[in-house]
Design a protein around this ligand. Structure first.
Ligand SMILES: C[S@@+](CC[C@H](N)C(=O)[O-])C[C@H]1O[C@@H](n2cnc3c(N)ncnc32)[C@H](O)[C@@H]1O
Length: 500
């Protein structure tokens, strides 16, 4: 470690801020409290903070007299001076004003817009350290929320948490970019929303985005400027082009562009398509999606093909997927293959098993599992995703899968009543984890094995506790880094039934 000072929240040079005093007023006219009895810090106060951990959002977890302060940009093992910006009974937030002791893992973030853009949170931490902290984050959740014993922690036995599977080259991994369009000084711009605001900042390069996508976004912006196509104004609801969504299929090289517009009519549409194709000859599909609603949701209901195909094709571990403009498809294909292979490994299939894939999306894991199982039943709440799943099964000649639309917690009891008794259940729920009713049904169905794929270690830990209380044991956890330089970590857990 070495001492360094005069850095901003991500460790870059800044003007030193003076202390704002101790701010011991009790409240801000009924709003956020400035001081709370029993809390050792007050809003506006400058404090010196030891950083002992990282949150999943990449904020440093600081301690001041036992009180927790989240400090954006600070890293474990660092000591920082920070200004308290808000407090609550059990934790508060502070803004780093000076770096007093620097972690040996601190790096200069290579991205020039890292401080403004909210997309990445950990570029200022060495990649090997990112992976180490992600594993620790998983362990901490399993112990604190799941009350699980973790093998090796305090020298004891328990669930094995493997090192995180990282990427050899953790840059340029995203196969999809979703770029908001708006107005800047020079007219139409497109980039990203500034942290904590609706203002769009122009962006030409993003280091976690595949270069093929950058080239395509740039081509669309240039063509739109040339043809005077208006940019959508989020305050007035006027203007045409809202978003440019681009996708690149790694294995086929095909590219798709979707123009999300505030109205059906695009002036000079043929010239626009012609210019895009001229600038990016590899483009296979140009589509339009119409969204006239005042909403942060990107896509509207109507989509049409302006030129080329309605889908592009990609391949993961020998399975082909047709990707339509609104399909869900994992954004890091290289790591997806590793994640799903682990799920298949933990399912330990012999070809005889009945498997349920709950929260199946476009059936990606189901199709992986189907190669090794007697029959796979997938359930997913979004009808379009189930259509994609069925289409992808046909595309690959996989006939031992069946997909149902609906909430897993509703459909599973129906299957149970119909006599479908799975040997293995795979769940891959959204961040909020499994519905408690689904956990109850799983415990009634008593499959031999459960494989839990999770994007949120805290809800994973909560659900594992319920499964352990119900007669199951989490055997091993494999974290996979699907989103390098962000605070996210995905896990696959192998779980087996222990009662007879
Ligand atoms: C993390 S994604 C997993 C998708 C898929 N396994 C994959 O890897 O592509 C979670 C999926 O659960 C779906 N979902 C959310 N709530 C659900 C529910 N109650 N029942 C069934 N599916 C649900 C979402 O639409 C989403 O497709």
């Amino acid at each position: 470690m070495s001492g360094r000072s005069g850095k901003d929240s991500r460790g870059r040079q800044h003007r030193h801020k003076g202390s704002s005093g101790n701010g011991r007023a009790s409240s801000r006219g009924g709003g956020t409290p400035l001081a709370i009895a029993g809390v050792p810090v007050a809003v506006g106060q400058q404090v010196v903070c030891d950083i002992v951990g990282l949150t999943h959002e990449g904020e440093g977890v600081g301690r001041v007299e036992g009180y927790t302060l989240f400090v954006r940009g600070a890293l474990p093992e660092e000591k920082v001076r920070a200004e308290v910006v808000s407090i609550g009974k059990s934790f508060g937030k502070a803004r780093m004003t000076e770096l007093l002791v620097t972690s040996s893992g601190r790096r200069d973030a290579p991205c020039p817009i890292y401080d403004t853009c909210g997309g990445c949170q950990l570029q200022h931490l060495d990649y090997a350290e990112q992976l180490r902290w992600k594993r620790q984050h998983v362990v901490d959740n399993l112990v604190r929320i799941g009350k699980l014993a973790v093998a090796g922690e305090d020298g004891g036995e328990g669930v094995i948490v493997h090192p995180v599977i990282g990427m050899n080259d953790p840059w340029r991994y995203r196969n999809k970019a979703q770029v908001p369009i708006g107005f800047g000084d020079g007219g139409l711009i497109g980039g990203f929303y500034e942290q904590g605001s609706n203002d769009i900042v122009e962006m030409d390069a993003c280091l976690i985005q595949q270069e093929e996508n950058e080239v395509l976004v740039r081509a669309v912006k240039e063509a739109a400027r040339l043809l005077d196509i208006s940019a959508y104004n989020r305050s007035t609801g006027h203007g045409l082009l809202r978003h440019v969504v681009v996708r690149h299929a790694r294995t086929t090289g095909q590219r798709m562009v979707v123009l999300v517009t505030n109205g059906a009519n695009i002036p000079h549409v043929q010239e626009l398509v012609g210019l895009i194709r001229e600038k990016v000859p590899g483009v296979a599909s140009v589509c339009q999606n119409v969204n006239t609603a005042v909403t942060p949701v990107v896509f509207g209901e109507q989509t049409r093909v302006l030129w080329g195909e309605d889908v592009i094709y990609d391949d993961i571990a020998g399975i082909q997927f047709a990707i339509s403009p609104r399909s869900f498809f994992q954004v890091n294909p290289e790591q997806t293959e590793r994640l799903y292979s682990k799920a298949v490994e933990y399912a330990s299939l012999t070809g005889e098993e009945i498997v349920v894939d709950a929260y199946c999306g476009a059936g990606t894991i189901s199709l992986f599992l189907a190669r090794y199982a007697r029959r796979v039943y997938g359930v997913e709440i979004i009808p379009e995703a189930v259509e994609d799943a069925r289409r992808n099964a046909l595309l690959n000649g996989i006939h031992n899968v069946e997909f149902a639309v609906g909430a897993a917690e509703v459909v599973m009891p129906r299957w149970q009543a119909d006599g479908i008794t799975p040997d293995v259940i795979v769940v891959d729920p959204p961040r909020k984890g499994c519905d408690p009713a689904l956990i109850s049904t799983m415990l009634e169905l008593r499959p031999e094995r459960i494989v839990y794929v999770s994007c949120n270690p805290s809800t994973l830990a909560r659900d594992l506790k319920l499964l352990e209380d119900g007669g199951y044991r989490a055997v091993e956890v494999q974290p996979v880094d699907m989103f390098p330089h962000t605070g996210h970590v995905e896990c696959v857990v192998g779980i087996c039934r222990v009662d007879t």
